[in-house]
Every structure is written in structure tokens, then in C-alpha cells.
Design a protein around this ligand. Structure first.
Ligand code: SF4
Length: 323
């Protein structure tokens, strides 16, 4: 049912003009996110995954294409979005240090959206709600409420960002590589907080990452992007058992595994070759063709369409179009 989908992105393009030419950061992508689920958006640096998140949250207007949220067209810049919509879609950024005001105490950082959206009337009410939000991200309120971002660690800063993002009780949160700037030792704590919040609030999210192992634990569906295009979409378990696109296979073959069983499941014979191309002068046809061991003549000339090969499993590759 179409109503199941809280977010629908249709033929979205986001181009940036630079002195060197037009950067086609996101180039005609479509995807849908089901209510109450997490879609993992995965790709190398330069794939367009973060730009997609920034367009959805309204930081950049789309160059063309549509974004529907709860069946309403929201393809407009942030300043033209309603207050209700801004409250309902939130984002957690990659670098917590640059997204928190260093001069404010944590109570005022987390409490700001509560004040902006008139969700609290008194100082006592504000402190009570902020305390509950801090508890949800495992920061004892008595230790953190009156401290400033400079006085706390990276993981704690990211926990504060998450508390701020969920303050307005949003339906949809975009997590943009929320652990990539953190030490490995504290990544697990942040991921646990996110998983708890997702379960408790039945939150719908877009989880942007380049880390496939992490994505496996956190998302129910996966979208793989390469150089501004979507190359594969699948439920997470199908994605790991039966990756179809050669780029997906290449990504999976380089993921470290712990057990022999997992090693046996890894795609064989796909080695990582070369580097992602330029989004200013992307390769013709299939953008992955200079790196693809299966590339044929048609791959250089014709862009493959995203086709559904089995229910819920989509791939953009000429190998499957022929079948
Ligand atoms: Fe490789 Fe061709 Fe498929 Fe692209 S379309 S992934 S180049 S086989």
C-alpha cells in the first residue's frame, strides 16, 4: 500500500554549479521509506548519500524532482516549509562538535526546539523534558544539564545532538554518518541509543553510512548509491544473502567478517579496483563501468534502468535487464 510509505523521493536531482563545472551530486534517484522502518543509505564518499539527506531535510532545494512526506509535496527549501513539517523531520549530523552551539549549556541546546515549537511553558517544564531526553540517550541529567559542549567528549556531544533531534517527537529522523567522527570504543554506545529510540518511538529513519556492518544492525532495507545514482535497493537480509549489483558485491567483498560461515557468504571474485569517478564528468552509460569487471560495450553507452527483479529487490545493471 502506498500509504505505508512515509517518504517518497521521485526522480530527485541535486546539482551544484562550481567554477570547474556542474557537480551532479544526486542525479535522478527514486526511493521510498516505509513507516516505522529504517532505510540504510550506503555508498562511498562522493556517492551523493549525504546530499540526498540534506535535500530531504530542506537544507538544499532540489534541482528537479519531487519529495513527498506523508503524501504531501515538500520539495521546497527549509524557509518555505511549515513549522509543523520542520518539527516532524529532524537530522543528526556527522560532526556533533560543529552542530552544537559552544556558548550554550546542554539544557538550552536540547531545550531550544521545545521553546521554538512552544512545547513547554515554564523553566521547570523545560528542565523536566530535557532531563527525560538526556536519560533516553544515557546522559545522566544531573551531570550534563548545565555543562557546555566544550566540557564533554565526542560521543556525549553526539548523544546531545540525538536528544535535540528527538525533542520535538518527530516522525522521521535522518542520521548522517552519526558515528563516523567518533572513536570505535564509543560508537557502540551511540548505536545502542539510536536502536532504543527507534524501538521506543517506532521512529522512521534514513540512516546514511559507508559502514556496511553497522547498516546491517540498524536498517531493515538498504539503498546503495554510486556517483549520484541508485544501483540497488533490497531488504537488508536479502541484500547480504543475494547482492546483485557488481558494485554492491565489491563493497561486500571488502567487509571484514568474524566467522567461516560469514566468509562463505561473501561474494567472491570481485576486487575493489580504481576509485569513484568525478561527479562533474561522470562516466557515460553505467557510471560504474570503468571499475566493473563485467562491463560490456552496452555499459559504456546506455544507462541501466532500476528494475525490480523480485518483490522489493531492485537493481540497475544491464546483466539483469537482459534476463
Ligand atoms: Fe557492470 Fe555493466 Fe552492470 Fe554497470 S551495467 S554494473 S558496467 S555489468
Amino acid at each position: 500500500m502506498e500509504n505505508e510509505y512515509i517518504l517518497k523521493i521521485q526522480n530527485l536531482k541535486k546539482y551544484f554549479e562550481t567554477p570547474y563545472g556542474t557537480v551532479r551530486a544526486v542525479d535522478n534517484i527514486s526511493l521510498k521509506v516505509r513507516k516505522g522502518t529504517t532505510m540504510g543509505l550506503v555508498g562511498e564518499s562522493g556517492s551523493g548519500k549525504s546530499t540526498t539527506g540534506h535535500v530531504v531535510v530542506g537544507l538544499f532545494p532540489p534541482t528537479s524532482g519531487k519529495i513527498f512526506f506523508k503524501n504531501k509535496d515538500i520539495s521546497v527549501p527549509l524557509e518555505k516549509r511549515s513549522k509543523e513539517l520542520k518539527k516532524d523531520i529532524q537530522m543528526v549530523f556527522q560532526d556533533p562538535a560543529s552542530s552544537l552551539n559552544p556558548k550554550k549549556i546542554i539544557r538550552d541546546i536540547v531545550g531550544l526546539p521545545l521553546k521554538v515549537h512552544k512545547m513547554v511553558q515554564t523553566k521547570e517544564e523545560l528542565e523536566e523534558k530535557v532531563a527525560k531526553l538526556l536519560e533516553m540517550v544515557e546522559l545522566p541529567p544531573e551531570d550534563f544539564m548545565y555543562r557546555r559542549p566544550v566540557d564533554i567528549g565526542g560521543g556525549e556531544k553526539q548523544a546531545v545532538s540525538i536528544a535535540r533531534a528527538i525533542a520535538t517527537n518527530p516522525s522521521f529522523v535522518i542520521f548522517d554518518e552519526p558515528t563516523s567522527a567518533l572513536d570505535v570504543s564509543i560508537q557502540a554506545k551511540i548505536i545502542n541509543s539510536i536502536l532504543n529510540i527507534q524501538r521506543k518511538f517506532r521512529l522512521t529513519s534514513l540512516f546514511i553510512t559507508h559502514d556496511l556492518s553497522l547498516m546491517r544492525n540498524i536498517s531493515s532495507e538498504v539503498t546503495i548509491m554510486y556517483l549520484g545514482k541508485v544501483c540497488e535497493i533490497a531488504p537488508t537480509d536479502v541484500f547480504f544473502q543475494k547482492p546483485l549489483h557488481p558494485y554492491t558485491q565489491m563493497l561486500l567483498s571488502s567487509v571484514p567478517v568474524l566467522t567461516k560461515e560469514e566468509e562463505e557468504l561473501k561474494p567472491k571474485g570481485i576486487k575493489s579496483i580504481g576509485e569513484i569517478g568525478s561527479p562533474i564528468h561522470p562516466p557515460s552509460g553505467c557510471r560504474f563501468h570503468p571499475r566493473c569487471p563485467y562491463a560490456k560495450e552496452i555499459c559504456k553507452k546506455k544507462e541501466p534502468r532500476l528494475i525490480e527483479v523480485e518483490p522489493g529487490h531492485f537493481v540497475a545493471c544491464h546483466l539483469y535487464a537482459e534476463k
